[in-house]
Design a protein around this ligand. Structure first.
Ligand code: F3S
Ligand code: F3S
Length: 109
């Protein structure tokens, strides 16, 4: 799967959404999250993010792949309650951001 990491927080550019053929990029309050089971690894989203927030899971920078800022895990935990809806557009924006992401200070200027 691909993972969205810290640069997306409070940016939410959403260019990635338009590229995904399976509509598996879901919107939270602070950032977007890729569904780890629904993503088919097409990779189309990765180059279009203007802040380079998207990585193939194995290429996610270490700082964003371990506690306390484990974005790989965040892209899993966001779906604890949502499960696998099979499409982000019908779900819309939800507030399932992991608590530590909700608690991040405002990012950017
Ligand atoms: Fe976020 Fe980049 Fe998509 S900022 S919403 S991952 S295009
Ligand atoms: Fe969609 Fe990106 Fe995966 S475009 S299928 S989330 S690699």
């Amino acid at each position: 799967t691909y993972v969205i990491a810290e640069p997306c927080v409070d940016v939410l550019d959403k260019a990635c959404i338009d590229e995904c053929p399976v509509d598996c990029i879901y919107e939270g309050d602070r950032m977007l999250y890729i569904h780890p089971d629904e993503c088919v690894d097409c990779g189309a989203c990765e180059p279009v993010c203007p802040v380079e927030a998207i990585y193939y899971e194995d290429d996610t920078p270490d700082e964003w792949n371990k506690e306390p800022t484990n974005y790989t895990k965040a892209n899993v935990d966001f779906f604890d309650e949502l499960g696998s809806p099979g499409g982000a557009s019908k779900v819309g924006k939800t507030s399932h951001d992991p608590q530590w992401i909700k608690d991040l200070p405002p990012q950017g200027e």
